[in-house]
Design a protein around this ligand. Structure first.
Ligand code: BGC
Length: 759
């Protein structure tokens, strides 16, 4: 770099630091002045977050909202949208409360606003950081056009237990991939300027370890070593904070005996003191009240505990609103603690520019023109296609030819409400084509589609009711199953190929949707068997919010395309992939086990003292099972393409590195098949000797590349000492000299390997 450029850069940095300092001082002065005018009650009022009730996201509903706004008893509202409604509420706050403090408006904008993108687990399967950021950007543009300025996203809870329904809402099992995605999501939502009318403040959740619930049962206990927390579960939260996430949400679970929402070590020592987070912390839905059931005391006691822990805003439960003044009078909390919480909430509003213009997000024109635009829908279609994971494709049955007749059979073949998947509270279901409608729109007259539901989602009506809540219904047919299947077979008779649309409904994953049996439901499986018996080619289009156990399907169904829940444009994207306009490139962000008994099963496990030899099944006195191998059905990072990629051997520029050096690893990847396509080239490392046991593999890098058929490319990764660091037992982040393995490959199992050492 030239000297002048360095000088200019230096000036630019100094200038921006200076501007930030000035803004901070301005903000501090403004807020100090405002707080000087506030009564204790008004300060406590700012800590209260209520629901506007548009979407049901918890069991308690806020009441008396209007009166509370006027009385200065509300700091934020979520689950309310549209410029008109938000303007009305904001006017009450600004014009009718004593100090006119604006309200912050939040919403669960999780994987899109009205234009829905794939569920987060599907987004993660794209391994495409640019597209993930774009999805968040579009979500922010749409939600902010509808009056909102705060989203309860990204959800970055690592989960290695697909019984847990909320695995659908995160980026899967891997620390590195999840941390990368967390960064992109925050940047996508917040953009460069939080005061801009088209950005949202992010809220990283659920802090912390919510995805490690025992037995995969939602809200269940978490008990974990510090070593594992710091190395495997914390990094995605920290990445979101390092990327500038403005707010943090507490989790429901308890952690090593102290529920997160009352956990001072977590909220203050780790979050603020170790990680330097300086924004506000909001609880999850009634999480303070739930501390009573956790067994920490009555509402007054638990509210004080939460405040003292470093939790600032109380979602829906009103424990703060109803008890903090009393606790202050009784000396159980301090004025400083209340002031600190109030200040951080006011700062959040300041950073969003709400004190300058409380109505900056309320613009009917933007709401009309910026939502569900053709550009957004096209992007949703592109991203959906890239999220699908081709699990199996025997004899290249896919892609299909664009002619003839397709029989689209299955309970998920024509249900709009189930397309966007879980946590799509803002979705416009009227504008969400079903699979059938989307496929028809994409294929036009080229392909004739005949369709039948073929089976109930679940044979048990009560289970089906639980699995199709919030209007996500799927029609039931109470006739005998054999009769329904026979009718479906008649429909399929005329077809050249059968596409079976089976799996989970959208509410079978997500919050409070844990399952212990991860098979495709029995009734659907019997339909699948019958379809296979026709002898026609069968393609399983699998809807799911989690890894399922597909051992039987893998053995019997020639082609399986996992489409998760792909969002608004699912149907078109499915047609794009099935008929070869898009070559699938998604890779699994979570391991698919052979059976539920293997769970938790994840690629980055420890070796144990009695590992099983690679490729072996059972050996007495080794770490294995009598009845199943240790292998997954589909490993982390797995996904097929219509083409094939071959990997050359790994070339290192050197085999030894010092702490201040880098190693360059190069591999030649060739598209050796018949289609152009994208491949996710994955880099893993194993630290062979450590002061603590280290995983057998850890993802440390990846590159998604496009290769024309026949094309080769050298893919280059640089490894430096930061990639080799981990938290030791003293929780120091260190790289220990010694030997390492380096792997590059198409998934976490199928890799080339070499060795190097750190001196
Ligand atoms: C969920 C959160 C969500 C909140 C507000 C809770 O039930 O756990 O993820 O942000 O509701 O809707």
């Amino acid at each position: 770099m030239k000297k002048t450029t360095i000088w200019m850069l230096g000036v630019a940095i100094a200038w921006s630091v200076n501007v930030k300092a000035q803004t901070d001082t301005k903000m501090d002065q403004f807020i100090s002045e405002l707080m000087g005018k506030m009564t204790v009650e008004e300060k406590i009022g700012q800590l209260n977050l209520v629901t506007g009730g548009e979407a049901v996201t918890g069991s308690v509903v806020s009441t008396g909202v209007e009166a509370k706004i006027k009385a200065g008893q509300i700091g934020g509202i979520f689950s309310m949208s549209s410029p008109a409604k938000i303007r009305a509420a904001q006017e009450l706050a600004v014009k009718q409360s004593r100090l006119g403090i604006p309200i912050i408006f939040g919403m669960d904008v999780i994987h899109g606003y009205k234009t829905m993108f794939p569920i987060p687990l599907g987004l993660a399967a794209t391994w495409d950081m640019g597209l993930i950021r774009e999805s968040a950007r579009i979500a922010a543009v749409e939600a902010s056009a509808d009056g909102l300025n705060w989203t309860f996203s990204p959800m970055v809870d690592i989960s290695r237990d697909p019984r847990w329904g909320r695995i659908s809402e995160g980026s899967g099992e891997d620390t590195y991939l999840s941390a990368r995605i967390a960064t992109e999501m925050v940047k996508g939502y917040q953009g460069d300027d939080l005061t801009a009318h088209n950005t949202l403040m992010a809220c990283v959740k659920h802090f912390a370890l919510y995805g490690a619930a025992e037995a995969g049962r939602d809200y269940h206990t978490t008990d974990m070593s510090l070593h594992r927390m710091y190395n495997e579960y914390f990094p995605p939260y920290k990445a979101a904070i390092d990327a500038g996430a403005g707010t943090v949400m507490t989790s429901f679970n308890d952690i090593n005996g102290v529920p997160a929402t009352a956990n001072k070590w977590l909220m203050t020592d780790v979050l603020r003191n170790q990680w330097g987070f300086n924004g506000m912390v909001v609880t999850d839905y009634t999480a303070i009240n739930e501390l009573i059931d956790h067994g920490l005391g009555d509402l007054q006691a638990v509210s004080a505990l939460a405040l003292k822990a470093g939790v600032h805003m109380d979602m829906v439960g009103e424990g703060y609103l109803t008890t903090l003044k009393k606790s202050l009078d009784e000396g159980k909390v301090t004025k400083t603690e209340i002031d600190e919480a109030c200040r951080l909430i006011l700062e959040t509003k300041y950073k969003l520019g709400l004190f300058d213009d409380p109505f900056r997000y309320c613009n009917e024109e933007r709401a009309k023109n910026n939502i569900l635009t053709p550009t957004h829908l096209a992007k949703a279609r592109e991203i959906a296609g890239k999220s699908f994971v081709l699990l199996r494709n025997e004899n290249n049955i896919l892609p299909l030819k664009k002619n003839g007749t397709v029989a689209l059979i299955g309970p998920l073949s024509n249900t709009r409400a189930n397309m966007p998947g879980t946590w799509s509270v803002s979705a416009d279901l009227g504008n969400t084509p079903s699979l059938l409608e989307g496929m028809q729109a994409a294929l036009g007259d080229n392909v004739k589609i005949v369709q039948h539901l073929g089976a109930n989602l679940l044979s048990d009506a009560a289970y089906q009711e639980r699995a199709t809540m919030f209007g996500r219904t799927i029609p039931r047919d109470e006739r005998p199953e054999a009769e329904i299947i026979a009718e479906a077979l008649t429909v399929a008779e005329s077809a050249d190929v059968i596409v079976a649309a089976l799996g989970e409904s959208s509410e079978m994953s997500g919050e409070s949707s844990s399952r212990t049996d991860l098979d495709i439901p029995d009734t659907q499986k019997r339909l699948l068997e019958a379809l296979l018996k026709t002898g026609k080619p069968v393609v399983l289009v699998l809807f799911t919010g989690r890894p399922l156990t597909l051992t039987w399907e893998h053995g019997h169904v020639p082609a399986i395309l996992n489409v998760w829940f792909g969002g608004t444009e699912t149907g078109k994207a499915v047609a794009d992939v099935l008929f070869g306009d898009v070559n699938p490139s998604g890779k699994l962000p979570a391991t698919f086990p052979q059976n539920v008994g293997q769970i938790p099963l994840y690629y980055s496990a420890k070796n144990t003292g009695r590992p099983l030899a690679a490729g072996a099944w059972f050996e007495k006195f080794r770490s294995n099972y009598l009845d199943v191998t240790n292998e997954p059905l589909y490993p982390f990072g797995y996904g097929l393409s219509y083409t094939t990629f071959t990997y050359g051997d790994i070339q290192l520029d050197k085999n030894c590195m010092k702490a201040d050096e880098k190693i360059t690893a190069t591999v030649t990847v060739t598209n050796s098949g018949n289609y152009d396509g994208e491949e996710v080239v994955q880099l893993y490392i194993r630290d062979l000797v450590g002061s603590v046991t280290r995983p057998v593999k850890e993802l440390k890098g990846f590159q998604k590349i496009f290769l024309k058929k026949g094309e080769s490319r050298d893919v280059v990764f640089e490894i430096d000492v930061e990639d080799l660091k981990f938290y030791n037992n003293a929780l120091e982040f260190v790289a220990e000299p010694g030997d390492f393995k380096l792997f590059i490959g198409t998934n976490s199992s199928d890799v080339k390997e070499t060795n190097f050492s750190l001196h």
